[in-house]
Structure formats: C-alpha cells, structure tokens
Design a protein around this ligand. Sequence first.
Ligand code: TXA
Ligand code: MG
Length: 311
Amino acid sequence: MKADVITADPEAYARAAETLHAGGLVALPTETVYGLAGDARSDTAIAAIYKAKGRPSNNPLITHILSGNQANDYALISDLAGNLMRLFWPGPLTLVMPRRDSDLAPRATAGLSTIALRNPDAPWTEGLVLAGWTGPLVMPSANLSGHVSPTTAQHVLDDLGDRIDLIIDGGPCRKGLESTVLAINGDTATMLREGALSRTLIERIAGPLETANPDSPLASPGMLARHYAPQASLRLNATARQPSETLIGFGFEYGEPTLSKSGDLAEAARNLYRLLRALDGPDARLAVAPIPNTGLGIAINDRLRRAALGR
Ligand code: TXA
Ligand code: MG
C-alpha cells in the first residue's frame, strides 16, 4: 500500500485530523522540512513513528504545538524563552526547556527531564484546529533515519511511501533546513543544532550562545556526526571539478548544478537537500563550492560537513 498524497487544503487538513485522531501518522509540510506527525499523547503513535523511520529510540522527538500559548502546558518557560517565543514563533526555532508533568506520552520525551517544543509556521496549524484537532504532535523529519531530510512530498514518498498512510503536499518547503535547536536554562541559551533561524538573529536577543559540550547530557542526541549522510562521497570547499566528480556551485563563477547562482544563502538552503537527493547514489562523487560561513551559511556548512563524513 502506497501512501495517499493529497494537496494541502481544508479538506486535506480534515483528513489529517481524522487520521491523527485514529492514532495514525501523517506527513505534513512545515516551513523547514516535511515532518512525520503523530499524537504526542499516544505511545502507540510514537512507537509507529520510530518504527517507520528506523530511528534509534534514544533520539528524542520535538513536540509541535499549534499555538505558542500551549507551551506553558508542557514546559517551564524562563523570561529568555518567553522572549524568543514572542519574537520567533511561529517559526523555525525549537526550544529545549525543563519539562512539566503533562498528558504527553512518556516516549514523547524519551525519558528526559527536558522537552523540545516548536510552533511551526505552516497553514495546517490553523487548518487542523478548524478541523477539530488541537493536540500536540511529535514530528521528526519525514525521512528514513540517517537519510537527508525531505523538502518535497515526493521525497517523503520515496523514503516512507510504503510505511505511512497519508502525505499532505504543500509544495517545496520555504526554508529547506531543519529548525534551529536551542537549550534554554534560565537566562542561558545553548546552541544544540544550527538551523533555519540564523545564529546571528538569535544572538541579537539572547547574546552570545553557549556551545554544547558533546559529552554533556544537554547535548542533542540527534546531532551524532553521521546523522545527515547521503550515499555519495562529498568534497567540500571545492573550487574545481575533479574527474568523475559533479561540482555543486555557489555564485556566478560556477555552472549547473548550483545551490544558488546569485550566491544567495536562503536560496542555497532551499536547494541543499533537493540537490543532495537528486545527485545521490552509491557511486556518486560530489564536490561543493565554498559557502560563506555567515548567517544561514553556518547551518548549510554544518549539514555539508556531516554529509561529507559519509558512512
Ligand atoms: O525543522 C524541524 O525541526 C523538523 C520539522 C519537521 O519540524 N523536525 C526535526 O525533527 O528536525 P528531528 O526529530 O529530525 O530532530 C529533532 C532534534 C534532534 O536533533 C533531537 O536530538 C533534538 O531535536 N531533541 C529533541 N528533544 C530533545 C531534548 N529534550 N534535548 C535535546 N535535544 C532534543
Ligand atoms: Mg531528522
């Protein structure tokens, strides 16, 4: 059985709400990447998510809330966390905070004392509410574990088409990179995952961010080095193609394929996973032009380094 792919509209959101109420899984487009959503209050739905993705059980999930106002039901919110939510939600920022006792299933937080919360910027948040669903959703990226995140409905179909019931097609994702994950401890913010909300913007509000110590319990288990690995080999900071390589450009001096001909980092972020998926293969040899390490370039370079580590 292949998953049904339906265009994002009110009828689709009604179908999604019905599937979620029944404990099923739905792939939904967010501004970052496509996510695989299930009821965060249902251990059965969560178990099905881990199974469909082949995800290691020690890698915790992000709980997605449909309105920022729901955060207080699940987490202890410091002043700093509240400020970040008011400025950047809905949007591509995930906050890891001390957990409150709530109706979430134990597996939603993988036994941790913290919870990762995000309020995504997507039309279906309102669509689901109008269709009668207001609950929290766990939603990892809708790819097989260890694969590149999906930025189109077709990517989800390629990875999970045989394993889930429903995919809502909202076209290509606007950001193309996963949300930025910050741990908030009182007035201290620690970067756990660079992402679609640039560090530069966050630091204007939060001041200089702490860097996660990879050995500390705060560190994000999902940031294992080889998390974002394509099958292809990948050479970084390449200014010329070597024989049998495909060179992915950035800027006017490079041809096709390119992350962004005009050297635009937001466009490069949108294109990154699409190109990695399109050009991937067991024998593929890829090289990527230098990407400036500023703004969104920091997250792009982070994902490229992980992809280059390979298997
Ligand atoms: O943009 C996104 O965040 C996408 C879309 C679908 O919303 N979701 C996503 O989820 O990227 P996932 O499961 O692929 O990544 C979740 C990340 C992992 O690195 C995980 O380790 C981290 O969040 N995380 C979740 N809960 C955590 C916690 N309590 N403490 C530290 N890290 C946590
Ligand atoms: Mg993921």
